[in-house]
Design a protein around this ligand. Structure first.
Ligand SMILES: Cc1ncc(COP(=O)(O)O)c(C=O)c1O
Length: 375
């Protein structure tokens, strides 16, 4: 089947580009001297994860316990669950700990440590944990300069039920960058804060074996990861319009797109309507710190060869997308039924809107990938 024959809306994955993106990141990790523990949360499917780990059984990073279970079922045996533990999920976590060689958990609060220790004591298990550190994103993690951070690390180091593996951070604030130089500066900060914290703990007599960092922007552009042991980028498998805008990648590196079809023309308002809305693209506003009118994606021809820089997907409702232009739209070039390829702002959220992805080599559909959903 050809891409042009697919009913719309549907999610497209360009396999050549995924292979190139995954190979490049593996080469970067090797060149920088760190282990690649890729995040699988962007695609959540087996085929892409296998490309990320080059056919190995890990290591990987997951964002849900559903992903952890899914990949454990497929033989992955070294998994970091990179969201702080919710106590109500301890039974699922316990079950997973028994099924894989290594399940790493994140902690940054004494209350979580209490719950994990109680559970481990009660059920006779040992939990491997990373102390999450805030390198500037301010979403989660301990303040690396605080006395609380040292106290927590000491508590973990002396725990009989929790095994401290090391420290972990995520430089999500790299997404506020405006260009590659700014990303490089955040990458250096991510490394410096984290290795500085590791040194502070070591000076206090605490053993820190692992120093784990990573976001896609910082790992695409980091120049030196001395002192770091592993990187955890994830979005780089697909990339998206946001990553291209801030300079993590080129538009040609974006492997995930949505095929949508023209279902309305409104010349009086210079507007086109397509059959993909917020339940296909999500409502991620994109890199609007760079361009307030960037809209919800980059519009291209279905084969990706022609781009329409003047067409702007400016409004989404549940199943409708509205496109306009600063110039008069060329109505005869975009009749009803025209299929378009639209690169979403945030591929992790857009991919999560679909039950399956149509996998393309050129214009041929060669496979269909089925992601795991839920929590
Ligand atoms: C803890 C953690 N590590 C790694 C990543 C991967 O970062 P990116 O999505 O920029 O590839 C994320 C993404 O949210 C994350 O939350």
């Amino acid at each position: 089947m050809k891409a042009a024959d697919l009913p719309t809306p549907c999610a497209l994955v360009d396999l050549d580009v995924v292979e190139r993106n995954t190979a490049r990141m593996a080469e970067r990790a090797a060149a920088l001297g760190v282990r690649l523990r890729p995040h699988v949360k962007t695609h959540k499917c087996l085929e892409a994860a296998r490309l990320q780990v080059r056919g190995m059984r890990g290591p990987i990073t997951v964002s849900t316990l559903a992903e952890a279970r899914f990949f454990a079922d497929e033989g992955f045996d070294d998994i970091t669950y990179a969201v702080a533990v919710a106590p109500s999920r301890l039974p699922d976590i316990r079950d997973l700990v028994k099924r894989v060689d290594r399940l790493n958990l994140l902690v940054d609060h004494p209350g979580t440590i209490d719950r994990l220790e109680d559970d481990a004591r009660h059920h006779g298990v040992l939990y491997r944990v990373f102390l999450e550190v805030d390198c500037g994103y301010h979403r989660a993690g301990v303040d690396p300069m605080s006395s609380d951070a040292l106290e927590l690390a000491n508590r973990l180091a002396s725990s009989k039920r929790l095994e401290l593996q090391g420290i972990l951070t995520h430089a999500g604030h790299a997404y506020a960058s405006r260009n590659a130089d700014e990303i490089r500066r955040v990458a250096a900060q991510e490394r410096d804060v984290t290795i500085g914290f590791a040194q502070r703990l070591r000076d206090a007599g605490i053993s820190v074996s692992e120093v784990s960092v990573g976001s896609t922007p910082t790992m695409c552009l980091a120049e030196d990861l001395t002192g770091v042991t592993e990187m955890r980028p994830g979005n780089y498998v697909f990339f998206d319009a946001f990553q291209a805008a801030i300079g993590s990648c080129a538009v040609d590196d974006v492997a995930f797109s949505i095929a949508a079809e023209v279902i309305g023309q409104y010349p009086a308002q210079n507007r086109l309507l397509v059959n993909a809305g917020a339940l296909a693209f999500s409502k991620d506003p994109g890199a609007c710190h760079l361009d307030a009118s960037c809209g919800y994606g980059i519009v291209q021809s279905l084969d990706g060869r022609a781009s329409y820089p003047d067409l702007r997907l400016f409004s989404l409702s549940q199943e409708h997308g509205q496109i306009t232009s600063d110039r008069p739209i060329a109505w005869s070039e975009l009749p009803i039924g025209t299929k378009l390829r639209i690169l979403p702002n945030h591929s992790c959220l857009a991919a999560a809107c679909f039950d399956c992805y149509e996998v393309l080599r050129g214009d041929q559909v060669v496979d269909r990938w089925h992601p795991v959903r839920g929590w």
